[in-house]
Design a protein around this ligand. Structure first.
Ligand SMILES: *Cc1c(COP(=O)(O)O)cnc(C)c1O
Length: 400
């Protein structure tokens, strides 16, 4: 087979007979939403990350919304976060009527720069929402120090970070343990494990966990499982405004099987990422991702910064012509039309900031990262041969 006709996707879920069988099991059981499979998935998930509580919801965006509500984010409040993330991060803040206050990233890890946080904390700040971008853990120690000294809750957008680890008091611990107050995960197919769509909240706070369970099902006072098993008639009530953020049992059954595969998936991704590191080390001008000594990424995405002279679109087109799918670096929410109006802030009071025009002097590293990085294919089933081919084509593309 000629190399030319290869077609290498950017990502591909690793699912098989066991997931199909699990979905079948849920369907044939007659209980297909918010039932026993969801409870079991929550327990398995909590045990995996080492959290006291895990609550399953419809996706990570709804998880983030509930996390922000739980820590008390109200209309008009500010929440410190990054623009350099999938737009769901900032959107979840706006769902609360609050304003995202965007802080720039570190160019090496593509994560929030902890040094810039304290500068923008004000009496309007209600929470800090950090993102473990592309699976790389944030500098949680530094961030928590700042947050604690200002009495601010920290929510972790761990959408991409299932299986990632952080060195904590001499021990490797899973992201989601939780080190902050609440962590939120995604099971979208673009993440490391998937349930089609799906999300999870982890916390050690029993009150918040109780809240999540009410909110995800319209604020209904009695869960279906309790009503179903009761020997006496029970009337439910609705003491608060809730949402429909439920996960189905079909999804949860699949999730339990995916969780069993997770250690193997993470191991394989780390192996392939290490191989990229070695094979791309000598490409002139190409900057590879860095993993701090206290972090172990799950490599949800493998992101390279192109040589100065390279054109991002051109490199990506050259690779696409050779049958290789890539993606540009992580987007910046503040450059999108949905954020053109006064819906966010960078904390600057200076004239020199062009925030409202879609560029911002204070988010320079975020914009640079979006414009000069490319995500390379990385998935469990990827062969060494395919990876060698990606490397070969990328090298050529960078020389043009
Ligand atoms: C994917 C993603 C989300 C949204 O997850 P969904 O499950 O699709 O709602 C949020 N934040 C980040 C950083 C993501 O990558």
């Amino acid at each position: 087979m000629s190399e030319k006709i290869q077609s290498i996707p950017i990502a591909k879920p690793w699912m098989g007979e066991s997931e199909a069988e699990a979905a079948r099991r849920a369907i044939m059981s007659g209980w297909v939403t918010q039932g026993p499979e969801v409870s079991a998935f929550e327990q398995d998930f909590a045990a995996y990350v080492g959290a006291k509580y895990a609550c399953a919801v419809s996706n990570c965006t709804t998880a983030l919304h509930l996390a922000l509500l739980a820590v008390g984010v109200q209309p008009g409040d500010e929440v410190i976060t990054v623009s350099h993330s999938y737009i769901a991060t900032a959107n979840s803040i706006r769902y609360c009527g609050a304003i995202p206050l965007f802080v720039d990233i570190e160019p090496q890890t593509y994560n929030i720069n902890p040094m810039l946080i304290e500068d923008v904390i004000s009496e309007r700040t209600r929470a800090i929402l950090i993102v473990h971008q592309m699976g790389m853990p944030c500098d949680l120690k530094a961030i928590l120090d700042i947050a604690r000294s200002h009495n601010l809750p920290v929510i972790e957008d761990a959408a991409c970070a299932i299986g990632s680890e952080i060195l904590w008091d001499g021990q490797w611990e899973k992201i989601g343990k939780p080190h902050g107050d609440i962590a939120c995960f995604s099971f979208h197919p673009r993440k490391v494990i998937t349930t089609g769509d799906g999300g999870m909240l982890t916390t050690n706070n029993p009150e918040w966990d109780k809240q999540f369970r009410l909110w995800r099902q319209h604020g209904m006072s009695v869960p279906d499982t309790v009503r179903h098993g009761a020997k006496q008639v029970i009337f439910e009530s609705y003491p608060m405004l809730g949402y429909n953020y439920r996960m189905t049992d079909i999804q949860a059954a699949v999730g339990r099987e995916q969780l069993k595969r997770l250690p193997e998936i993470v191991e394989r991704r780390r192996y392939l990422a290490q191989r990229y590191q070695e094979m791309l080390a000598d490409v002139p001008g190409l900057k590879l991702p860095t993993e701090p000594a206290w972090a172990k990424s799950n490599w949800q995405s493998y992101c390279v910064r192109l040589p100065q002279k390279s054109d991002q679109r051109q490199v990506m087109q050259t690779m696409l012509d050779a049958g290789i799918s890539t993606r540009r670096g992580i987007m910046c929410a503040h450059r999108e039309v949905a954020y053109e109006q006064e819906t966010w802030s960078c904390g600057s009071e200076k004239e020199t900031c062009h925030c409202r025009k879609g560029t911002c002097d204070r988010l320079c590293e975020s914009e640079q990262a979006q414009d000069h990085t490319v995500l390379l294919p990385l998935f469990h089933q990827m062969t060494q041969q395919q990876q060698d081919y990606v490397v070969k084509v990328l090298k050529t593309a960078c020389q043009v």
